[in-house]
Design a protein around this ligand. Structure first.
Ligand code: G6P
Length: 374
């Protein structure tokens, strides 16, 4: 039943719209409410025998390719915050090219929807040879990465058919947020933060259902952008990953040139591209980076940039006070979970742009769902 398109025209469309359900499945049985006291325990069965080693590791290294790498990037700040362990990022092919240092005291986490990506698999073999504890986060039970890692977590997002990954991305982030809760100590000082994240996780499917209502608005935006050559996406903090992933979605399916950029780097080069024609999406939802993003928006307004701003509900007037821009308002959730909500309108935009431009949504030219050669 899962591999039937049902009432949808394309798998990508179906997979975007089923995210409230896939997220629910990802969390099922893993957030355990502790009887009379309100505390919630995160139960990731596949990791329970290794949790001590992960907590004591000198660093945690995330390894992945494409969308899976972006999901790990989105989860990095919360894992750093709750665990206190340094977290570094590796694109699998780059780790292999450099033969970068991996130590016995490291925990290396391999993130892969298919569990079969050649670069990620080779990086896993390399990390095993170097003696690291290897953890797999995959969507495919019995896949090579699931089999060869010491332990792991299945994201349980259900079969993903569209080449462009959508529901696996959001489920990967949720699994890694749960990993952060599981690894992070349950101290008095972080109790309120942990509770807020757990409450946020429970609410997430309904918030994603709410943001999916932007479908028509994103179709309308796609109509406006249909003939563009290029698109930039700026994000920072938790939503640097949203910028990279939103741009990746647009380029891989709609075949429009699109780049995700760290907003903090804008003045070190990308600002030269800004004029009244180039469309720029700025992710400016409410979190600790909000005032910095407001100043980015002001700088772009000063250069007459053509802005599309993704902001929290109720912030439209304040984010666009210095000039004209198109605003996409999304529901606000706990900051570390906001990337799950924020990517949805960009997935919808990529989908509609592709259909309107007449390209193959589910099988973009030159791409494969799983790249099993180097
Ligand atoms: C291919 C797919 C991407 C995917 C990447 C990593 O390039 O087209 O959508 O993100 O591989 O795949 P994985 O299965 O390892 O997550």
């Amino acid at each position: 039943e899962q591999i039937n398109k049902g009432r949808y025209e394309h798998y990508m469309q179906k997979e975007i719209h089923e995210q409230p359900e896939s997220l629910t499945t990802t969390m099922r049985g893993r957030l355990i409410q502790g009887g009379s006291c309100k505390a919630t325990t995160v139960l990731l069965g596949g990791l329970k025998d290794h949790m001590k080693t992960i907590r004591r590791s000198r660093r945690i290294v995330f390894v992945g390719c494409g969308t899976s790498y972006n999901a790990a990037l989105a989860a990095r700040p919360i894992l750093e915050e709750l665990s206190g362990v340094p977290v570094t990022m590796e694109i699998a092919s780059d780790l292999l090219d450099r033969q970068g240092p991996i130590y016995r005291e490291d925990t290396a986490v391999f993130v892969s929807q298919s569990g079969e990506t050649a670069d990620t698999l080779l990086a896993l073999e390399y990390a095993l040879d170097n003696g690291a504890l290897c953890v797999g986060i995959t969507n495919t039970v019995g896949s090579a990465i699931a089999r060869k890692t010491h332990c792991g977590v299945h994201i349980n997002a259900g079969a993903e058919i569209g080449v462009a990954s959508t529901k696996a991305y959001t489920s990967q982030i949720v699994v890694m947020a749960m990993l952060a809760l599981a690894v992070g100590g349950d101290t008095i000082s972080n109790q309120a933060r942990r509770e807020a994240i757990v409450d946020g996780l429970y609410d997430l499917p309904s918030k994603v259902r709410e943001v999916l209502k932007l479908d028509n608005e994103m179709k309308d935006l796609a109509k406006q952008l249909i003939a563009e050559q290029s698109l930039l996406v700026f994000g920072r903090g938790y939503n640097y990953a949203t910028a990279l992933e939103g741009a990746l979605k647009v380029k891989e399916v709609s075949l429009m040139h699109s780049e995700g950029m760290l907003a903090g780097e804008m003045k070190h080069g990308p600002l030269a591209l800004v004029d009244e024609n180039l469309p720029i999406i700025v992710i400016a939802t409410h979190d600790a980076c909000f005032s910095k993003q407001q100043s980015v928006i002001q700088q772009l307004h000063a250069r007459r940039g053509r802005l599309i701003v993704v902001c929290s509900k109720g912030d439209a007037a304040s984010v666009c006070s210095g000039g004209s821009c198109r605003v996409i308002e999304v529901p606000q959730v706990e900051d570390c979970l906001q990337p799950v909500v924020n990517i949805v309108p960009l997935q919808l935009l990529a989908y509609h742009l592709t259909v309107l431009r007449g390209h193959n949504v589910d099988q973009p030219r030159n791409l494969a769902k799983s790249v099993t050669t180097q």
